[in-house]
Every structure is written in C-alpha cells, then in structure tokens.
Design a protein around this ligand. Structure first.
Ligand code: ATP
Length: 408
C-alpha cells in the first residue's frame, strides 16, 4: 500500500477549492490511520518473533553451559563418618574422604549408594540411580499383566492353591502372622507344556497388582564365569525395589537340574548360578512382598536342594484339561471371535474331538479356524473352519503332546 507522503499541490483556479481540500484531507487522514494500524500489527508480529528468538537464545545458552560443564566422577559411597564426611570409592582408584553438598539429605546418603563426585574437590554433588544390567531390566516384562482368573479355563484346584500360597501372603500378610505360620517361599508349577502354568502366574500378578518379572532360566546360562550368578543377584535386587513383585522362573530345569560328580567347566558355571539362586531364596523373608514361582516340564530331573522345605516347597501339578475344562477353554478363546451363531452350540462336539490336548492346542485350534475364514475372505468363522482346524492341529504334529509322567 503506497501512499503519497505529502498532500498534492492544489490546482490554481479550481472551484470550491476549500471544499476539495477538506475532503482530500479526510481521505488522507483515513489513509494514514489505516497505515498506522497496519504498522501496529506488523510491530506486534515482530515483537512476538523477537520473544521467540530470545527464548531460543536462552535455551541454546543453557545447553551450551551444560555442555561446557566438566564431567563428574561416578563412585560408590562406602562409609559415613560421624563428622558428616563420607568415604567414597571411584571404580578406578583409591578411596577418598570427602564432603558432600548441603542439598543432599542423610536419607539419600547410605552406604552402597552410587554418587557423583566433583572432579576437583571430589565432593559428593548428587546421588545416582543404582546401575542395572540392561539384560535384567529387559526381564521386567509387565508392570501389570492383563490376564485375570476369568481368562483361565479349568485349573480350579491349581488356582485355589496358588491363591493361598502366593496371593494371600501378598494381599493379607497379617493373616499368616495371626496364625503364626510362614507361607511357602517358593511354588513350583509342573506339568506338560501348554497347560497354562505361565498363564496362571500372570493372572496372580494381575490379581495382586504386583510387578511380574519373568525369567527364562536358560537366559541365565552365560559364557563368562560368575555372570549368571550376578544376573540372579541383580534380578532379586530389582524385585526388592518394587512394592510387590512376583518372580516367575520359567523352564527351571535349565539351571536347576541335578548336580553331578563329573562336571565340565560349563556345568560348574550353571551350578554356580543355581547356588546363587538357592542363596537368594534363603535370603528373603517368606512374609515379604516378593513371591517366587517357577515352572518346569521335568520336575524329575531337578536338584533335590531346590525342592527342600524353605525353597520350592509347594508343588502344584498341571495336568491335561478334562472335558469340562476344555469346554471352558474353547469358550474363553472364542469370546473375542466373530463366529457363526450355530458354532457355540457345537462346542461339545469340538471338546469330544480334542481328547488329550492342552490349553495351548485349543488356542491354536481357534487361531487356525480364524485363519481358514480369512483365507476365504469371510468375516465369520464357521463350524467347518473349526473342524478343519481341529484336523490340522491334531494331525500335523502341531499338538503339544504331554511329555513325561510326572514324578515316576
Ligand atoms: P510351557 O511349559 O511350555 O511354558 P505353559 O504351561 O507355561 O507352557 P502357557 O504359556 O501358560 O503354557 O500357555 C500357552 C497358551 O495356551 C496361553 O497363552 C493360553 O492362551 C493357552 N492356555 C493354556 N492353558 C489354558 C487354560 N487353562 N485356559 C485358557 N487358555 C489356556
């Protein structure tokens, strides 16, 4: 919008010169007002931009200051002296007697805590979170599993026993104190694969609102001496930090098989890991907030030291599901499926056709039936799909057959 900066000169001899001058001035004033408003808006925009840039400059200056800071030394706190000074030891060198920042409280400074030291004065400037192996952190799989007892078909007796031995000590520890008994420390679930051992352990964690830490035993078998034992130690330390935790050790036989006289160096490392597990089991209170469960398909090869009272002293057997159980399991896995209306009436027929199968087999049957429907581009699963799925799972070696006869 370009505007004349000075009023144009009046022409000589024009009529109503004064009138014209007046109207010209009005127009010109309006024009100037418009221009003023436009400039004010422009100024506001520029002010906002200036403030944004100032904020950016401030944060960049902060970042620069942070990057220029000298590194701190990580160390662990060994001892607290009466005069308030601390003895610390950095991982690399000797021990130092140092002061601490006045911002740190006595509660924060405890022997064993990781701390950061100023490079020049070695004074403790802050406390650090305890270091954990990333492998161990990865094991904490679920803060709260999404499986509840309603998602388990059958297993009534097993659920009752686990509620008494695992759930009750977490939810009502005072009951045990009143009666004057200690609950079993560890519970061992044994039975063929796919019978719902892990499922039940997750359901207990869900019910008790406890953190569920699942360890696959074979992952504890490490290449270097002492590594497996360190992992066991760190897993139990992590569980102790939680308000309530259930440690579930799957395939316990991988580290818990019977110790033999003749052993290779690899066997000895596995034995060391087992011994660490035994000492951790001995080291925590049975009335505390950590419950230990383990599962195995081969209880017959476990080391007797694991099964003695005070360790895994409660054994719970998981067998193949009965007809009634299989019916419930079918119903559970069909719950979320879009099936033809007549399919549910045929469940007894499916149950009769799936003798000697496990819960995992039934889940596989339901998934396969859904796959058959998808293949034909249908959005409903029919009786035929289920029949084909049962045939496929039972005949194509898909079935998780029961393994050994327990404790023979
Ligand atoms: P493994 O010994 O091989 O670890 P497992 O006994 O721990 O086997 P799970 O992992 O609990 O077996 O079961 C596998 C799947 O089978 C579960 O995720 C669940 O979907 C299904 N399943 C097994 N048993 C039942 C059951 N009783 N009710 C409902 N679903 C079940």
């Amino acid at each position: 919008m370009s505007a004349p900066t000075t009023p144009p000169k009046k022409k000589k001899g024009e009529e109503n010169e004064n009138e014209q001058d007046g109207s010209y001035l009005v127009t010109y004033t309006r024009h100037l007002e418009r221009r003023l408003r436009a400039l004010e808006t422009e100024k506001q925009l520029l002010d906002a931009e200036r403030m944004r840039l100032e904020r950016e400059l401030h944060s960049l200056r902060n970042e620069l200051d942070r990057l220029r800071q000298p590194p701190l030394i990580s160390a662990s706190l060994i001892e607290m002296l009466d005069d308030g000074r601390l003895i610390v030891k950095s991982s690399a060198g000797p021990q130092f007697v140092v002061n601490s920042s006045s911002k740190l409280t006595k509660d924060e400074l405890k022997p064993g805590v990781r701390v950061a030291l100023n490079q020049r004065t070695m004074a403790v400037v802050e406390t650090l979170p305890s270091s954990k192996d990333p492998f161990v952190r990865g094991m904490e799989i679920e803060e709260l599993p999404d499986v509840s007892y309603a998602d388990i078909g059958g297993l009534q007796e097993q659920i009752r026993e686990i509620r008494e031995t695992v759930e009750l000590p977490l939810t009502n520890p005072e009951l045990f104190e009143k009666v004057g008994i200690t609950p079993p420390k560890g519970v061992l679930l044994f039975g063929p694969p796919g019978t719902g051992k892990t499922l039940l352990a997750r359901a207990v964690a869900h019910e008790t609102k406890a953190c569920f830490i699942k360890i696959i035993s074979s992952e504890l078998v490490q290449k270097f001496i002492g590594e497996g034992a360190r992992l066991v130690r760190e897993i139990f330390a992590m569980a102790k930090e939680k308000e309530q935790a259930i440690i579930f050790i799957d395939e316990l036989d991988a580290i818990g098989s019977r110790r033999l006289e003749v052993a290779t160096s690899g066997d000895r490392e596995v034995q060391r890991t087992l011994m660490q597990l035994l000492s951790e089991l001995d080291g925590f209170s049975p009335r505390g907030n950590i419950r230990i469960m383990a599962a195995t398909n081969r209880p017959d090869i476990l080391d007797p030291a694991l099964l003695r009272p005070g360790r895994f002293d409660r054994l719970i057997e998981f067998g193949e599901p009965t007809m009634e159980d299989r019916k419930e399991i079918f119903q559970i896995h069909m719950r979320g499926m879009a099936v033809d209306p007549d399919v549910r009436a045929k469940i007894p027929r499916f149950v009769a056709a799936t003798e000697k199968t496990t819960g995992a087999d039934i889940k596989a049957i339901c998934t396969e039936a859904g796959m058959f429907a998808l293949r034909d581009l249908r959005d409903r699963v029919t009786i035929k799909d289920f029949e084909k799925a049962i045939n496929k799972v039972l005949t194509q070696g898909f079935k998780t057959t029961s393994t050994v006869n327990m404790f023979t």
